[in-house]
Ligand binder design. Structure first.
Ligand SMILES: Nc1ncnc2c1ncn2[C@@H]1O[C@H](COP(=O)(O)OP(=O)(O)O)[C@@H](O)[C@H]1O
Ligand SMILES: [Mg+2]
Length: 598
């Protein structure tokens, strides 16, 4: 362990979560060490002129009292003292700039690293994690909590080092001039720190309440904008306005109570400083009168030393609360970073996937709700075949799709791809070889082109491939009629697509990947039957060698499949080909008859 690391490990005694950041501090230890050096130089240069101010005052006093003395010496001395008094602070200022440049810049770099580490971890976590945590919490961890930790890494560490170095330097100077007076000056300062700490704490509590209310207002506003159609059609504007006023009233009251405590802050500091000065004046004046101090310059020096200590002591109170907040924030970050990604790649070697899928007695329970979605499911489809899955909502169809993409791992039974356990297949290769069109077509706020090419590398993406895929998904003609064609931006500030258009773009996104396995989860539900027919025909033509799973409510989508399974309450209740199933008096047949008549 290097000396630097030994110093770092000291904070383990006081703090539990922040030492996690030691690895980062070590990474930028050059910047921190040089920053400490600048702090020291800055403080030395602040201290140097003070005795000269004292000397200059004594010199002037002397010259006034003894006009008969040599004027030349006087001017020479004043010029020398004056230069020191002017130039030392200038250089001190330069070092102060460099101190911030090194330490604050290092803290920004760590913030960058930390944000990336957290985001990378987010991406590795399974869907179940996102079901359990609120999006708002996840966002605040990567923005606000990281921000709090950065306050510790930058100003927190910087001001602490500053405090130590200036206290040591100033106290040493003061004691060497007059120990007793030093004591009087130093007594009120820790009280200043304590008060500032208590005020900062109250400010934090109140500012948190303000922040919470602000968040509540934002989500209220967001909700009312997104739902504006519903609000208008139900004619509930008045009520919404009233609710909004209530929320903003709360915000106003909290902000006022925050302003009250803030207003306390500076008068408090001035009061304590006033007391310190009063002490110096009283004690120093008395000593001068009694002849215990023989020049006024000493008293002037004490005034200046005190003023040097006030800011660092004020900041201590603030820094303590910064560290407390950072500790709490870092604890939340650490807890989250320790969350296991659960779904892990157990096979670093590439896996070649052909597309035969077999479920053997698979049961699966969602652990967040305890709902058993699948109960002893078994089926097999060979590569290149088409499987259709039918069943009521909630019967477990989507769950099967998510298990094949390994969004979850199963608790009993086994899933095999090409005869190999799914957990032993390279996870990236598995997901890369599946073109999954989820039930809820999600499109990013980006151009149509980028949405479709999402699964390909930029180098693989050509206009030809895109058009080819959109033609198969029967959406090309719609897109070229948009003003910006394939460059049309979707989402909030762009074009709003109909449900069926979204589904077809989502299908094109899967088709362009030319995967080994397709999964269409109810992907044609919002498409009219005529277009559905066309898309299905295109799919049959282009998926000859591709395993295809079609999850649907429509017999028309299922009837050409090689194999059909009907699910109910997590179990397979019927299975076979269209012909076999329509010759039985079951769920499939009744659905068939019902849909035939419409
Ligand atoms: N992420 C989830 N967490 C907890 N329960 C879920 C989740 N997804 C689905 N379920 C439950 O599992 C059952 C099967 O759901 P699903 O596979 O989506 O059915 P389907 O796609 O046939 O409508 C339902 O009871 C549903 O409430
Ligand atoms: Mg579903």
């Amino acid at each position: 362990m290097s000396f630097f690391e030994k110093i770092l490990s000291i904070n383990r005694f006081f703090l539990k979560s922040l030492p996690y950041l030691n690895q980062y501090i070590s990474k930028y230890k050059g910047a921190y060490l040089i920053g400490f050096l600048f702090i020291l130089l800055k403080n030395i240069l602040i201290i140097i002129p003070i005795p000269y101010i004292g000397k200059a005052i004594n010199e002037i006093e002397n010259a006034l009292n003894h006009p008969e003395n040599n004027q030349e010496d006087f001017f020479q001395n004043i010029l020398l003292y004056g230069s020191i008094i002017i130039f030392a602070p200038i250089f001190s200022g330069i070092f102060q700039f460099l101190m911030r440049q090194s330490i604050v810049v290092a803290s920004r770099k760590i913030e960058f690293d930390l944000k990336n580490e957290i985001f990378k971890h987010y991406e590795s976590l399974p869907q179940s994690f996102y079901k359990k945590n609120k999006t708002g919490d996840l966002i605040s961890r990567i923005s606000e909590d990281v921000g709090q930790s950065r306050m510790y890494l930058g100003p927190g560490i910087m001001y602490t080092m500053n405090l130590f170095s200036i206290i040591i330097l100033v106290t040493y100077q003061m004691i060497s001039i007059n120990p007793e007076m030093s004591l009087y000056v130093l007594i009120p300062l820790p009280i200043l720190s304590l008060l500032i700490f208590l005020i900062s704490k109250t400010i934090n509590i109140r500012s948190k309440l303000v922040q919470q209310q602000l968040a509540a207002i934002s989500s209220f506003v967001q909700d009312s904008f997104s739902g504006i159609r519903v609000i208008k059609s139900y004619h509930t504007e008045e009520k919404i306005i009233k609710d909004y006023t209530l929320e903003t009233k709360k915000y106003k009251n909290r902000s006022i109570s925050m302003a009250a405590i803030n207003a306390f802050f500076f008068p408090m500091i001035i009061l304590i400083i006033g007391f310190s000065y009063l002490f110096i004046l009283y004690v120093g004046g008395k000593k001068y009168a009694l002849g215990e101090i023989n020049d006024i310059g000493t008293i002037a020096q004490f005034f200046m030393y005190t003023s040097l200590l006030i800011w660092p002591f004020t900041v201590t109170g603030w820094v303590t609360s910064v560290i407390q907040r950072a500790e709490a924030a870092q604890k939340r970050i650490n807890d989250f970073l320790q969350t296991d990604p659960q779904i892990q790649n157990h096979n670093p070697n590439p896996s070649k996937i052909e597309g035969t899928i077999e479920f053997k007695n698979v049961s699966f329970t969602y652990d967040n709700t305890g709902i058993q979605a699948l109960k002893g499911i078994s089926f097999k489809i060979n590569k290149g075949q088409t499987l259709a899955i039918l069943g009521k909502t909630g019967s477990g169809k989507t769950t099967i799709a998510e298990l094949i993409t390994r969004m979850y791992d199963i608790q009993s039974g086994s899933i095999e791809i090409d005869g190999e356990d799914i957990k032993k297949i390279n996870l990236n290769d598995l997901r890369n070889s599946i073109g999954y069109v989820p039930q809820e077509a999600y499109l990013f706020s980006d151009s149509i082109k980028n949405n479709i090419g999402f699964g390909l590398n930029q180098s693989e993406l050509t206009d030809e491939k895109i058009v080819n895929a959109t033609k198969k998904a029967v959406i090309h003609d719609n897109i070229i009629h948009f003003q910006d064609g394939y460059d049309t931006i979707l989402g909030e500030r762009g074009v709003t697509l109909s449900g069926g258009q979204k589904q077809r773009i989502s299908i094109a996104r899967a088709l362009i990947k030319t995967p080994k396995i397709y999964i269409f989860d109810d992907s044609l539900s919002a498409v009219d039957t005529e277009t559905e027919e066309k898309i299905l025909q295109n799919l049959t033509d282009s998926t000859q060698n591709t395993t295809t799973i079609i999850i649907t409510h429509r017999i028309s989508s299922a009837k050409n499949a090689d194999y059909i399974i009907v699910l109910n309450d997590g179990k397979i209740i019927e299975n076979g080909t269209h012909n076999a199933l329509t010759s039985k008096q079951g769920y499939y047949n009744s659905l068939f008859l019902q849909q035939l008549s419409t």
